[in-house]
Design a binder for this molecule. Sequence first.
Ligand SMILES: NC(=O)c1ccc[n+]([C@@H]2O[C@H](COP(=O)([O-])OP(=O)(O)OC[C@H]3O[C@@H](n4cnc5c(N)ncnc54)[C@H](OP(=O)(O)O)[C@@H]3O)[C@@H](O)[C@H]2O)c1
Length: 288
Amino acid sequence: MKILLIGSNGQVGWELARTLLPLGEVVALNRDQVDLTDLEKLRQTVQTIRPDVIVNAAAYTAVDKAETERDLAFLINAQAVDVLAQEAKKLNALLIHYSTDYVFDGTKDAPYFENDATNPLNVYGESKLAGELAIQASGADYVICRTTWVFAARGNNFVKSILRLAAERDKLNIVADQIGAPTWARLIAETTAPILRQAQLERGANTFESGIFNLTSAGETSWHGFAEKIVELAEINCVINPIPTSDYPTPAKRPANSRLSTDHLTQRFGLTMPTWETTLKLCLEELK
Ligand SMILES: NC(=O)c1ccc[n+]([C@@H]2O[C@H](COP(=O)([O-])OP(=O)(O)OC[C@H]3O[C@@H](n4cnc5c(N)ncnc54)[C@H](OP(=O)(O)O)[C@@H]3O)[C@@H](O)[C@H]2O)c1
């Protein structure tokens, strides 16, 4: 099996480049090797490699900047994804792609299911939703994994920002009225591997059905609760002060409720997600 991994230098992509290795021949490409803003080159790259599976971990992820870079966000998160889906369809390849809780508006008072109505609050969420819709319209076999609040030992993320800021300051003000599940990039990769394998077996047996799956850690917290746990586990003396979203204005609006139910993932693939605290501990051990 030949697996084309796109975005191999991102938080999730870097983990996938390692975790997918036992499944087949992995061709892992970073932005220098394939730039998603060059749609024709992207198309040619897929046609030359002729993968059995495409895993797309690349994305425009600058949520606030997207408000003023709408065209670029849509080019990478929707048009390039459309090209990948079209090429997957032509090659009869499986497309595995990642999306986000930001396709929802966060007004539901319970965890979101995959088929709940979407209503993105910001440009990033709109562009990611457009990518999902392009995949669904392509006729390709696909698995879309919606994830939330990604952290890792590499890259720019909340854990690394809090570790840096808490070491510099006595007190940090952190938003306490947005809730979700912090999700370790390695967990996403290690969940993707069995999904990929099972999907390929089902495709071979003609029993495969494409679908969207929520893929997050178990449990929930606020950004404030997440920050408190980070400083506690890292044994840093810093007071984490809760504030409302209204006290921390950002260019992009964010959903108050980012919780996603992973029941569908568990039922279909038999995978049980660990709590966010369990994986945070493992990530912090790695950072030490
Ligand atoms: N981060 C989160 O909190 C979060 C939450 C929900 C869903 N997601 C989704 O999860 C997936 C993985 O996200 P992540 O956290 O791993 O993101 P990330 O760390 O920001 O990685 C994104 C990768 O995409 C690459 N990329 C950006 N523009 C590109 C282009 N024009 N051509 C080729 N590659 C390009 C980046 O390349 P460089 O390394 O060169 O910059 C980077 O390696 C994405 O689909 C994202 O939308 C993320």
